[in-house]
Design a binder for this molecule. Structure first.
Ligand SMILES: Cc1cc2nc3c(=O)[nH]c(=O)nc-3n(C[C@H](O)[C@H](O)[C@H](O)COP(=O)(O)OP(=O)(O)OC[C@H]3O[C@@H](n4cnc5c(N)ncnc54)[C@H](O)[C@@H]3O)c2cc1C
Length: 420
């Protein structure tokens, strides 16, 4: 079956007038080969991006992505689509800024419309102390080459007049804004990377669950799967919320817990929200999709879980946050909600590293900020897999940092994964 050539306006018109019968799958559906140079476990954003960059940046031709379900069925298609690089710490900021720069050129790079929309991210502050902390974060961002702007209440009111300026328990005093932050259509990211990787020869194998690792003399030689054994020169795992379960099959216990995070979407409304807005007095963030739905979320469910659905107390907490920040949201009807499994690390920062088992590599611990990291994570993991050295922006994301005491605790929350 031929693959889709492209999506020109003329083609869309022609297909629309002829019952859309001419479209073909955007990537192949190959059977697994007995052996590859690189096997990537997990066909989420990070796994697909890794395969894409292995092929496009490092010239690797023998690559397979093994996905137990379908492309885009995990968190890459479940998140609230926010991208930003407003990080404070040295270990994080260069990596997330690298990622934002990759987002800025991504659509040209993989030739797919992912609807990258740099409409700005506003972190609202509610006290003098919080403003000072945001100022410090903004300065750190600027020193690292990112953009940041501190707005006072009058400036913020001019851009977001619907916030609760006049009657709030925690007064809205202003916001730290990153104008280059914004949103990206999440599932298009999976599809764009999948199509780009496929075109460069990567085998994307769906419905192929990795059930174990073949380890001989301290060296990983391949993976056991629901479709048989697949040999590999190197194996990279990028399975997000399933990290601890999958790596357990290699005998590893990770500094990671799994928790559910929920997302919510309202009915479609006229454009009202200029960018992404986060509440500084609790946990609530919101943006508006191009279709008009308000897309929002808050805290993770605080119980460890592998279920892709959440619990009602968090729904209430998220709605309370929304009502406090912008009471007008009480008039909107919620139409959809869902959950995804987050791989929460002990310090809130990710791991991109080798493991103690030769030729087995790990990528995970993204907490609930891993979507924005997708391009850089893929690039850095591909760099590590191809060269056996960490990319310059990911040198801090080592597995042994918890042993050595070099934590990257962006929020200063301590050793509690559910707090990050
Ligand atoms: C509700 C919600 C909102 C979020 N909002 C944001 C946000 O606004 N901004 C942001 O930056 N981040 C956000 N995140 C976090 C972000 O989505 C994740 O950190 C990121 O997507 C994780 O990486 P991934 O895309 O590779 O994960 P996934 O898409 O989950 O990919 C992992 C894949 O591994 C597969 N897998 C698991 N086990 C196996 C196995 N044994 N064999 C083969 N395959 C396997 C899974 O099926 C899955 O497809 C949010 C997450 C959720 C759930």
């Amino acid at each position: 079956m031929g693959l889709n050539g492209g999506y020109s306006g003329f083609r869309i018109l022609r297909e629309g007038l002829s019952g859309n019968r001419g479209w073909r799958p955007a990537w192949r559906d190959p059977s697994p080969q007995p052996a590859y140079d690189f096997v990537i476990v997990g066909g989420g954003g990070h796994g697909l991006a890794t395969a894409y960059y292995l092929a496009s940046q490092f010239g690797e031709a023998s690559v397979a992505v093994l996905e137990k379900g379908w492309i885009g069925g995990g968190n890459v298609g479940r998140n609230t689509t926010i991208i930003r690089s407003n990080y404070l710490l040295d270990g994080n900021q260069p990596f997330y800024e690298f990622s934002l720069k990759l987002w800025e050129g991504l659509e040209q790079d993989f030739n797919y419309n992912a609807m990258v929309s740099q409409r700005g991210v506003y972190n609202v502050y509610h006290s003098d102390a919080q403003r000072d902390a945001y100022r410090r974060r903004g300065n750190a961002m600027i020193l690292h080459g990112a953009d940041a702007e501190l707005l006072d209440a009058a400036q913020l009111r001019a851009e977001c007049p619907f916030l609760n300026f006049d009657n709030a328990r925690l007064p809205v005093m202003g916001a730290l804004v990153q104008r280059r932050g914004g949103t990206v259509r999440h599932d298009a990211v999976a599809w764009g990377y999948a199509r780009g990787a496929d075109r460069r020869g990567v085998d994307i194998i769906q419905n192929c669950e990795v059930t174990g690792f073949r380890i001989q003399n301290g060296r990983c030689t391949g993976v056991e799967t629901s479709r048989g054994f697949i040999a590999a020169r190197k194996v990279g795992c990028a399975v997000a919320g399933s990290s601890s379960r999958v790596m357990q099959a290699a005998g590893m216990r990770l500094p990671i817990e799994s928790h559910v995070l929920q997302a919510f979407v309202s009915e479609g409304l006229k454009p009202i929200i200029p960018g992404v807005i986060t509440y500084g007095g609790g946990h609530f963030y919101i943006s508006q999709s191009d279709k008009g739905g308000l897309v929002f979320g808050g805290d993770i469910d605080m119980y460890n879980s592998y279920a892709q659905r959440g619990n009602l107390p968090v729904v209430e907490d998220v709605c309370e946050g929304g009502m406090t920040l912008m009471p007008m949201i009480g008039r909107a009807r919620m139409v959809r909600m869902w959950g995804g499994i987050m791989d929460m690390s002990m310090d809130g920062s990710p791991i991109i590293d080798r493991t103690d088992i030769d030729w087995l590599y790990f990528n995970g611990g993204w907490c609930y900020g891993g979507f924005k990291a997708t391009p850089a994570s893929g690039w850095c993991f591909a760099h590590l897999l191809a060269t056996d050295t960490p990319h310059e922006t990911a040198t801090a994301y080592r597995m042994d940092r918890f042993e050595r005491g070099y934590m990257i605790d962006e929020k200063g929350s301590g050793a509690q994964p559910n707090q990050h």
